[in-house]
Design a protein around this ligand. Structure first.
Ligand code: 0WD
Length: 255
């Protein structure tokens, strides 16, 4: 088991369909010990149940727009775990209105909210993780999407936020490398989740990929889970600052 003796934090499980849940399953299968967060009481019971199925009782509240909750999260974690080997950042948010109206009409608040939750939160969580990771090194993995670098219909403020997230991955990788902390992202193909279904026309994207992607199908959540597990593991210890596409090859197509 590749992750035996390793422990880490998974941020971004909302339900069974969440990409973070698929990642947690791969890490659990390989022997990792996991802690989870949930955003707000509406998700608490669900996340506790899913964590329990993966052998974890370490479930903490954390809304990344509340800095005091990030501080408290790491205080609680330190009581239960002496160190952190990996952190999975699998969260994003944009107001539905921002995804419906044209990008050139984006509101200041809507743009900034998408940036704060989807991009800055990676920096905030990396900062908070440092005291628990710096002694024995670690791996931080975020989730991004093709809409960061290419125009994808209706992705709008999320596209700008993912561009900021990917740039943050590179700058964090440069800063944290001397602590032997690696920072990478997975650019995932479309998966039907709560967040994805908030993007108007999302199901159309699911239909286009099998027609055009080199592998002629959509990616499976388990494939993203396994790739994230690889990036958390020692098998990827020479890789940092990387955006790894797990999208059945769709990103290489031009037409
Ligand atoms: O097709 C897809 N599903 C893709 C998703 C393709 C490529 C990338 N991604 C990315 C997303 O942009 C995101 O970064 O994967 C990551 C995970 O997204 P997901 O698994 O698709 O979506 P979901 O299951 O909805 O999880 C995202 C969660 C939130 O869920 P809801 O739906 O309740 O907003 O992000 C969390 C929350 O659990 N989240 C927050 N967590 C802490 N503080 C916050 C917040 N303020 N806002 C949202």
């Amino acid at each position: 088991m590749i992750m035996q003796g390793k422990q880490g934090l998974i941020v971004g499980v909302a339900n069974k369909a969440s990409i973070a849940h698929a990642i947690a399953k791969s890490l659990h299968r390989e022997g990792a010990r996991l802690a989870f967060t949930y955003q707000g009481d509406r998700l608490k019971d669900n996340v506790k149940e899913l964590a329990g199925e993966l052998g974890s009782k370490q479930v903490y509240p954390c809304d990344v727009t509340k800095p005091e909750q990030i501080v408290r999260l790491f205080e609680w974690m330190r009581d239960d775990m002496p160190y952190l080997d990996f952190l999975v950042h699998s969260i994003a948010f944009a107001d539905k209105e921002e995804l419906k109206r044209s990008f050139h009409l984006a509101s200041r608040d809507g743009f900034l909210k998408a940036q704060e939750i989807s991009a800055y939160s990676l920096v905030a969580l990396a900062q908070a993780s440092l005291p628990m990771m710096r002694r024995r090194g670690g791996s931080i993995v975020a989730l991004t999407y093709l809409g960061s670098g290419k125009v994808v219909p209706n992705y709008h403020v999320m596209g700008s936020a993912k561009a900021a997230l990917e740039s943050s991955v590179r700058y964090l990788a440069a800063d944290l490398g001397h602590f032997d902390i690696r920072v990478n992202a997975i650019s995932a193909g479309p998966i039907s989740t709560l967040a994805a279904r908030a993007v108007p026309g999302f199901t159309k994207i699911l239909d286009i990929i099998p027609e055009r992607a080199p592998l002629k199908r959509n990616v499976e959540p388990e494939e993203i889970g396994d790739a994230a597990m690889f990036l958390c593991s020692r098998w990827s210890k020479g890789i940092t600052g990387e955006i790894l596409h797990v999208d059945c090859g769709y990103h290489v197509t031009g037409m």
